[in-house]
Design a binder for this molecule. Structure first.
Ligand code: FAQ
Length: 328
C-alpha cells in the first residue's frame, strides 16, 4: 500500500528527504520491472522528470507536424498527399496521448502549453530545420521517424505505466511513417538524375541533425544516469545513436546514397560503425532557440492555439451545460 501521507516520525531518505520506506519500496518495484501507476507513491523528482520528458516529447510531436504539414498541398500525387495527411495527423494524435499521460502525473494541459509557448519547455531540435524539397519529406520519414522509433521502442518498457502503454501505439504508427519515408526516398533514388541529387541533398542536410536527436553524449547528459536507474530511459543516448547508425547505413547503401560522413567505417572488432564527430555547438545553439525555423515554429503554434480558443470555449460551455442538466 502506497500513500502520500508524510509521517514525521519515519526515517527519511537522505537524498530526497522523503520517507525511506517509501523510497526503498519504490526503488525495489522499479528494479523488479513493475510499472508505476498514477496512484502509486513516487519520489517527487521521478514525477518531475517524467513530466519534463513526457511533456517535451508531446511538444515535439505537435511541433513536428509543421515541417511536414508544409508539404501537404505540394505532395507530388494524390496518393502521397493522402498518406502524408494521415501521417501528420498521427503525429498530432501522439502529442495528445502524451499530454494525457503527463496529466496523470498532475501537470495541467494549460501549464504545459504555456511552458512551450514561453520557451521554458523544449521540443526536439530536429524540428527547427527547414523542409526545402519533397525529398525532405522522405528524409524525415526515413531518418527522423527512424530515430524516433529507435528511441521509443525501449520506452514501451519505461517504468511509468501510462507512458509505456502510449508508446505501444505510437511505435506501431511510427513504423508505418518510417516506411513511407523510405518509400519516398526509394522512388527518388530510382528516378531521374535530378531526383537522385535531390534525395542525396536531403540526406546530407538531415543526417547530422538526426544523430543529434538522441541528445548529448552520455558523459554530458545530466539526466541519463538517474533516468536509467529509475528505468525511465532503458538505453542511453549514445547506445541508441549507435544502434541508429548501424541500422541506417545499410538502408542508405540500398538506396545508392552516401552518408555525409568521411569517417564512417565498419569496425570489425566492435561489430559496429565508427562515425565522425558530431558538431555539438550546433546542437546546443538549436536547443537555446537559435534553430533556423525556431521563431517560425513557435509563432505558428501560438497562432493555432489562439485561433482554436473558440473551440475550447465551446467545448467547456457544452460540458458545463451537460453537467448542469445531469444535476437537475
Ligand atoms: N532536442 O540529459 P539529457 C519524434 C535536452 S519525437 C532538444 O540527455 P534526457 C516523432 C534535454 O531535454 C522526438 N532538447 O536529457 C516525430 C535536457 O534538457 P532539460 C522527441 C534536447 O531527457 C517524427 C538536456 O538537453 N522524442 O521525432 C534534445 O535524459 C517525425 C540534456 O539532455 C522524445 O522526446 C533534443 N534532441 O534525454 C514527430 C523521446 N536532446 O529537459 C513528427 C523521449 C536532449 O533538462 C515527425 N525523450 N535535449 O531542460 C527522451 O528519450 C529523452 O528526453 C531524450 C533526452 C533522449 C530526448
Amino acid at each position: 500500500m502506497y500513500t502520500t501521507e508524510l509521517d514525521k516520525s519515519r526515517p527519511v531518505d537522505l537524498q530526497t528527504g522523503e520517507p525511506k520506506d517509501l523510497v526503498d519500496a519504490f526503488e525495489a518495484r522499479v528494479a523488479a520491472d513493475e510499472f508505476i501507476e498514477p496512484k502509486d507513491w513516487m519520489p517527487e523528482a521521478y514525477r518531475k522528470t517524467l513530466i519534463r520528458q513526457i511533456s517535451q516529447h508531446a511538444h515535439s510531436e505537435i511541433i513536428g507536424m509543421y515541417p511536414e504539414g508544409n508539404w501537404i498541398t505540394r505532395a507530388p500525387s494524390l496518393q502521397r498527399k493522402a498518406i502524408l495527411l494521415a501521417k501528420v495527423q498521427d503525429e498530432g494524435g501522439h502529442g495528445l496521448y502524451l499530454y494525457c499521460a503527463a496529466e496523470t502525473l498532475g501537470a495541467s494541459r494549460d501549464e504545459m502549453v504555456d511552458a512551450l509557448h514561453s520557451g521554458k519547455a523544449k521540443y526536439s531540435t530536429i524540428f527547427n530545420y527547414p523542409t526545402l524539397t519533397w525529398a525532405d519529406i522522405g528524409a524525415i520519414g526515413w531518418l527522423v521517424d527512424g530515430a524516433a522509433i529507435m528511441n521509443q521502442v525501449p520506452l514501451q518498457r519505461t517504468s511509468y505505466g501510462p507512458y509505456a502503454r502510449a508508446m505501444v501505439r505510437v511505435c506501431k504508427e511510427e513504423s508505418f511513417h518510417q516506411r513511407q519515408g523510405y518509400s519516398i526516398m526509394l522512388a527518388l533514388a530510382e528516378g531521374t538524375d535530378a531526383q537522385r541529387r535531390m534525395a542525396q541533398d536531403a540526406l546530407n542536410r538531415w543526417w547530422w541533425p538526426s544523430l543529434m536527436m538522441f541528445g548529448p553524449p552520455d558523459d554530458a547528459s545530466p539526466n541519463t544516469e538517474r533516468s536509467m536507474r529509475w528505468r525511465i530511459k532503458r538505453e542511453t543516448n549514445d547506445e541508441l545513436r549507435q544502434k541508429f547508425v548501424d541500422a541506417t547505413v545499410p538502408q542508405a547503401e540500398l538506396l545508392g546514397l552516401s552518408i555525409p560522413d568521411p569517417d564512417l567505417t565498419w569496425n570489425e572488432t566492435r561489430g559496429a560503425y565508427d562515425f565522425g564527430d558530431i558538431d555539438w555547438s550546433e546542437f546546443y545553439a538549436v536547443v537555446k532557440g537559435e534553430g533556423m525555423c525556431a521563431k517560425e515554429r513557435i509563432t505558428a503554434r501560438k497562432k493555432a492555439w489562439d485561433d482554436g480558443a473558440w473551440v475550447r470555449e465551446a467545448a467547456d460551455a457544452y460540458e458545463a451545460k451537460k453537467q448542469a442538466r445531469n444535476v437537475a
